[in-house]
Design a protein around this ligand. Structure first.
Ligand SMILES: NC(=O)c1ccc[n+]([C@@H]2O[C@H](COP(=O)([O-])OP(=O)(O)OC[C@H]3O[C@@H](n4cnc5c(N)ncnc54)[C@H](OP(=O)(O)O)[C@@H]3O)[C@@H](O)[C@H]2O)c1
Length: 232
């Protein structure tokens, strides 16, 4: 869909993160990308995705100006919040840490999608992608642990699915996707060894290809970076 679009005006939320930076670089090299808005704490120092008041006035202003984006990627998130490592056992679960995960990894992206939707075109191809995680798959959970991060990403997948249904009614050329980026070498994974960890540049290329090839029937789904469905 987006590969056929003449001009892409993109916004990357969390463009200063490991994957966010690589996504920005990758998009900058695509011939049909006209502009990229980096919505992150470097360019908008007061931005905090857990606080909608820190970003909704900017988005409302853009709406009034008639600004449009036809691609948005939400690349914020964290595995360790306030120094609390992901739980290895259920006994380590803490209410505050779990609430922090929901605020950052689920509610924040939900409120961001709410602000992004009015900035997307009607009746023209448009994609919103939120970076989720394979560990948010309920069916694929055979290891246990990491309950707060997992559950927040599971919630994000449901948020994406729900918002996609409404968006499709308004724009049949839209796709709202939950994408697992792969295991990527960034600050988020620096304390975790993984045999399949790849560079952010390699992951970004796959993610952008997946986004460019997305079609409306894919909307609301949960995908790996090759566009292959992951079970919910
Ligand atoms: N790396 C992986 O292997 C992997 C695997 C599965 C899923 N993911 C998902 O991919 C996404 C990106 O991860 P990454 O690996 O690129 O991590 P990263 O390098 O740590 O980047 C995280 C991004 O989130 C931003 N952020 C964190 N808290 C924020 C807040 N309260 N308000 C605004 N921005 C905030 C960071 O901004 P600051 O730099 O300003 O803090 C940064 O831009 C996350 O959703 C993560 O769960 C990553």
């Amino acid at each position: 869909m987006l590969d056929q679009v003449e001009e892409i005006n993109a916004i990357i939320v969390g463009a200063n993160g490991g994957i966010g930076q690589a996504l920005k670089q990758n998009l900058a090299n695509r011939p049909n990308v006209k502009s990229i808005e980096s919505f992150d704490r470097e360019h908008y120092p007061h931005f905090d995705i857990t606080d909608p008041e820190s970003f909704s006035p900017t988005f409302a202003g853009w709406q009034q100006e008639g600004r449009k984006f036809n691609l948005a990627i939400i690349a914020t998130g964290a595995l360790i919040i306030d120094g609390a490592p992901p739980e290895r056992r259920f006994a380590e679960l803490g209410a505050q840490n779990m609430a922090n995960h929901f605020a950052l990894n689920a509610i924040g992206p939900a409120m961001m999608i709410q602000q992004l939707l009015p900035l997307m075109p009607r009746d023209e191809p448009a994609v919103i992608a939120a970076l989720t995680a394979r560990v948010g798959s309920i069916e694929d959970n055979h290891l246990g642990g990491w309950v707060s991060y997992r559950a927040a990403k599971t919630a994000l997948n449901q948020i994406v699915r729900t918002a996609s249904i409404e968006w499709t009614r308004k724009n049949q050329e839209s796709a709202l996707l939950a994408i697992h980026p792969g295991t990527v070498d960034t600050r988020l994974t620096q304390d975790y060894a993984h045999p399949k960890k790849v560079s952010a540049g390699i992951a970004a290329d796959k993610i952008i290809n997946c986004i460019y090839n997305a079609k409306p029937p894919m909307s609301g789904g949960f995908y790996d970076n090759q566009g292959k469905r992951i079970p919910f």
